[in-house]
Design a protein around this ligand. Structure first.
Ligand code: BG6
Length: 461
């Protein structure tokens, strides 16, 4: 690979320290002369930044070549210093790990200082939230599009960079036995869960303005949903995958507040920095309708939240029950056939089936066939940010959503956000529970009447 300067705006911040700089360790050596330039408002010496890089990456070579540029995002002066540091023969990746309010200023200043531009061949990486709603997302995309061509822009959704999420594509489209049963004729319902055990930690400043729908649903949940339900792409090339996801998202009906549940964990209002009257949701669940040939009439549910029973991110596909046959005049209880795709933790895929309990009686019990994803790996599973950075450096787009997908995802969630911001209160739920009781009612009479919590379900652990 070519020599690259990685300019991280907001490099002294939490994201850079915890995720971006540590991921560089796995890249060093693969990218000739990789150099980190930190840019931000903090008063910091280059020595102190080098120390930060050394601690976060554990890599002395990276640390010793790192540089810090202090700049006011709005003012041109700092960008001049930056321009002088960047040598002509190097390719440059600008990584905006800053709050979204700064994006417009940074883009304008990069442009004015001649650092951006299609001709320059530089790349730009932006972190979520990419907009606050559909309108602001379109504006941001237009700004990016003025300065960079689409293949120079990398919009991060770190869920897409998880190996287990990429494996959804491999699983669906490389095994011919599943596609024929992946449709409204055979599937009874689909559930997507992204549950976190942790609360908001020290992120009140961000989270209390954002909430679960903007933080998780607009991006991670809808991207996972798209991969699970989209049509097969023409090839596995990023452009074809994006096209298939976008088509699917176009078929998703904007969310209906009457088929959605918002929750807030008890104690949220006492978290440091949270507005004591906050109505912000820390939990969101909803029924999604996909109006297309494959999924018409199949209920699809998602739920996501903080401070829940345990961390669990998974997709559950439930097939229609088989007819229940009788044994000696008694009907066997149905055992739903479930496919559980566990994104994290305990990464893997379980096919939950009914089997005969060994012994003289004919009795059905739930059983499972399990793929343990870690066993396939020769090395420990990489962190999503390792994959993100590797792809950016290689110029690949496999793990990044396209701009149009992001706009469409906002179209889908906007009605829910508008309704919740204008009216009503979230239902409180206990920390360590599975969320508000109303979320169970969402499923009542439909999917199988209750959410599948794999691990609690025999055969799915
Ligand atoms: C981030 C959200 O995008 O994803 C966080 O901002 C959330 O609130 C995180 O905790 C979850 O990511 P992961 O990889 O831990 O599931």
């Amino acid at each position: 690979m070519e020599t690259t300067d990685l300019v991280i705006f907001g490099a002294s911040g939490d994201l850079a320290r915890r995720k971006i700089i540590p991921a560089l360790q796995t890249l060093d050596g693969k990218i000739k002369g990789l150099r980190v330039l930190g840019a931000g408002r903090s008063e910091m010496t280059t020595g102190a930044f080098r120390q930060l890089v050394a601690e976060a990456s554990g890599n002395d070579r990276l640390a010793s070549t790192a540089d810090w540029i202090q700049l006011d995002y709005k003012s041109q002066d700092g960008y001049e210093d930056l321009r002088k540091l960047i040598k002509k023969d190097r390719s440059v990746v600008f990584y905006l790990a800053t709050p979204p309010q700064t994006f417009a200023d940074i883009l304008a200043a990069l442009n004015a200082s001649g650092l951006s531009g299609r001709e320059a061949g530089h790349r730009i990486v932006v972190e979520k939230p990419l907009g606050q709603d559909a309108q602001s997302a379109r504006k941001l995309n237009a700004q990016l599009g003025e300065l960079f061509s689409e293949d120079q822009i990398f919009r991060i959704d770190h869920y897409l960079a998880k190996d287990t999420v990429q494996n959804v594509l491999a699983f669906r489209f490389s095994n011919s036995i599943f596609e024929p049963v992946w449709n409204r004729t055979m599937v009874q319902s689909i559930e997507i869960t992204a549950a976190e055990e942790i609360g908001i930690g020290n992120r009140a400043g961000y989270y209390d303005r954002i909430g679960a729908v903007r933080d998780m649903v607009q991006n991670h949940v809808l991207q996972a949903l798209a991969l699970v339900t989209m049509e097969h792409p023409a090839t596995f090339d990023p452009a074809d995958i994006r096209k298939a996801k976008l088509e699917l998202l176009r078929a998703v009906e904007p969310l209906d507040p009457d088929a959605a549940v918002r929750g807030q964990y008890q104690g949220y209002l006492n978290e440091d920095g949270v507005d004591p009257d906050s109505r912000r949701e820390t939990y969101a669940a909803a029924r999604v309708q996909i109006e297309n040939w494959r999924w018409d009439g199949v209920p699809i549910f998602f739920r996501t939240g903080k401070a829940l029973r345990r961390q669990s991110t998974e997709v559950v596909v439930r097939w229609r029950d088989a007819p229940q046959l009788a044994v000696a005049g008694r009907k066997q209880r149905p055992i739903p056939t479930l496919l559980v795709i566990r994104i994290q933790p305990d990464e893997g895929i379980t096919l939950r089936i009914g089997a005969k309990r060994p012994g003289p009686r004919f009795e059905m019990v739930p059983a499972g066939m399990k793929l343990e994803y870690r066993r396939l790996a020769r090395t420990p599973l990489p962190d999503a940010y390792d994959n993100v950075l590797r792809e950016v450096m290689a110029g690949g787009h496999t793990v990044f959503p396209g701009g149009k997908e992001i706009e469409r995802s906002w179209d889908i969630v906007d009605p829910l956000i508008e309704s919740w911001e204008s009216d009503g209160h979230p239902e409180l739920y206990e920390k360590g529970s599975w969320g508000p009781g109303a979320a169970d009612d969402l499923l009542a009479g439909r999917a199988g009447d209750r959410w599948v919590n794999s691990g609690d379900e025999p055969g799915t652990a």
